[in-house]
Design a protein around this ligand. Structure first.
Ligand code: ACM
Length: 515
């Protein structure tokens, strides 16, 4: 039984259920869509034409039954029961997400070829008999993908989301704006994508850290239309994944300033940034810029139903604000102590804007500097400290500490010139060993930790295959960290299951790293 993430409770029983042309599908009306999706997958790979029976099942059939019932208490919003007997498979949940996860587990009990997009002849489609009762430890099980440093095609974003759903993640944090590219169409401000989505060229290797930066001379760009965004959000929702958009401010904003120079501090016409690293060209703090960004957010809110909206907030150098007469004037007008407080004021404008529209602000842990906005939730990335501080002050937290969940870090201890990565070293056993609740929190403070997520920054991942190589199988390890109770985690056991399940990634055409 090679299920990842490992179910909380699983008993292995005698015997197998065998799929055949005679298998009857019994789907209660609440589970129609999830049932249709499962049926489609099973039919596609097996080539069988299953019978669909009216609910409830007939005696004597070999049946697969989906039974969603809100009175199945104790399973939680995302939990499920899966009982496989020689003539009957029963999937039960109180809510749709749980039913969906029951189907993901069922697919993992079948041979890997069940994930194929065309019939595979000559396979005995056996499901081992088991009794599983399962629900996740954390409510926020996320992965972030940076589609700005390198643009990722829409079809790959969907593939990535599908893979996350397979491992029972429920948040896709979509990093959409950056110095190097603005990737989401905003109808009120077309130049954000007409100009901001394309750069002239890209820095080569680590030459940005040297005196002699070298560029490839190859234009790079792309963006998602609002129709693309709606398509991706719906695709994710069908897989019980909420897409959390990130619109960066006040730093990491050079592409937007290239499109609309009045958003910057110097008035100069800047290019879309072609290098990596932290960049001094940041938004100014004028009321007109706040209004511009709130207009952007209005369009973002219409596209993304997510309660949480990420506004970035990280790595905003203050040099231009220090040198800008307008920024200094603003600091005096508002009675602020310094530039950190000006950033805090900036973020608070977004916090109240979002709260007034029934949403919640999420930002990287730098939003703690200069005072945390009253309703903000913190995403802790510079180690765990920001998360600890925020939880202690009663704010919710999503843990994303670089040393454990930055999947742009090297997977190999030896680092060769053939494979350039941003830095760091993060082998899969270290990911597996990560405990999202930081030590030293009281139970009340720990309850503010919503969960955790992994990060894929794509400076050194020009295309989908590079992302797959860096994400998998570390994503599988994180999936188990987020799902399984810590007392049940065991690396040797995970590692053995992982070896068995890599065949599924082969079937899904994922170019993963082999630890
Ligand atoms: C970050 O890695 N700058 C959030």
């Amino acid at each position: 039984m090679h299920i990842i993430p490992k179910p909380q409770q699983m008993e292995i029983l005698e015997g197998v259920f065998t799929l055949s042309d005679q298998t009857v599908f019994v789907v209660d009306p609440e589970s129609t869509e999830i049932g249709a999706d499962l049926l489609h997958q099973l039919c596609t790979a097996t080539g069988y034409h299953f019978l669909i029976a009216a609910f409830p099942p007939e005696e004597g059939d070999d049946s697969i039954e989906l039974d969603m019932d809100e009175s199945l208490t104790g399973l939680g919003a995302e939990g499920y029961r899966l009982v496989v007997q020689p003539h009957h498979v029963l999937l039960q949940a109180a809510h749709p997400a749980g039913m969906f996860y029951a189907t993901r587990t069922l697919l993992q009990l079948l041979p890997a070829d069940i994930l194929r997009e065309a019939p595979v002849p000559g396979i005995r489609w056996e499901i081992p008999c088991v009794e599983i009762e399962d629900q996740p430890r954390f409510g926020w099980r996320g992965m972030m993908l940076d589609c700005c440093r390198h643009f990722m095609p829409k079809e790959f974003v969907k593939k990535f989301i599908n893979l996350l759903a397979f491992y029972k993640f429920n948040r896709f944090h979509w990093h959409l704006t950056e110095d190097q590219g603005w990737r989401i169409e905003i109808k009120q401000y077309p130049k954000l994508t007409e100009i901001g989505a394309f750069r002239k060229e890209t820095i080569i290797g680590k030459t940005w850290q040297s005196d002699r930066p070298q560029f490839d001379g190859v234009p790079h760009g792309g963006y998602y239309t609002q129709d693309d965004v709606r398509e991706i959000v719906a695709y994710a929702a069908a897989r019980f994944i909420t897409v959390v958009p990130e619109i960066e401010m006040p730093g990491h904003s050079q592409a937007a300033i290239a499109a609309y120079p009045e958003l910057g501090n110097t008035g100069k016409q800047l290019p879309v940034f072609c290098q990596w690293g932290v960049n001094p060209n940041v938004f100014n703090a004028e009321d007109s810029t706040i209004a511009f960004l709130q207009n952007v957010l209005d369009e973002v809110l219409a596209l993304f139903p997510s309660e949480f909206i990420h506004i970035g907030g990280d790595e905003c150098p203050k040099v231009q604000w220090r040198e800008s007469a307008a920024a200094q004037q603003k600091i005096r007008e508002l009675g602020l102590a310094d530039e950190d407080e000006l950033q805090s004021w900036f973020i608070r404008q977004m916090d109240s804007f979002l709260v007034n529209r029934g949403r919640r602000l999420l930002g990287w842990d730098e939003i703690l500097e200069g005072g945390l906005a009253p309703n903000a939730t913190v995403m802790a990335w510079r180690g765990e400290k920001g998360g600890i501080d925020a939880a202690k002050s009663g704010h919710d937290v999503v843990m994303a500490p670089n040393h454990y969940v930055y999947f742009d870090y090297y997977q190999t201890e030896e680092q060769s010139d053939a494979e350039i990565r941003i830095g760091g070293y993060l082998p899969i056993d270290r990911v597996y060993g990560y405990e999202p609740i930081p030590a030293g929190l009281t139970p009340e403070q720990a309850a503010h930790v919503l969960g955790a997520q992994g990060q894929i920054w794509t400076e050194y991942m020009p295309g989908p295959k590079d992302v797959e190589w860096m994400a998998f199988p570390r994503v599988a390890a994180l999936a188990e960290v987020l799902w399984l109770d810590p007392a049940k985690k065991e690396y040797a056991d995970f590692s053995e299951r992982l070896a068995q399940t890599l065949a599924r990634l082969d079937v899904l055409d994922v170019k993963y790293y082999r630890p």
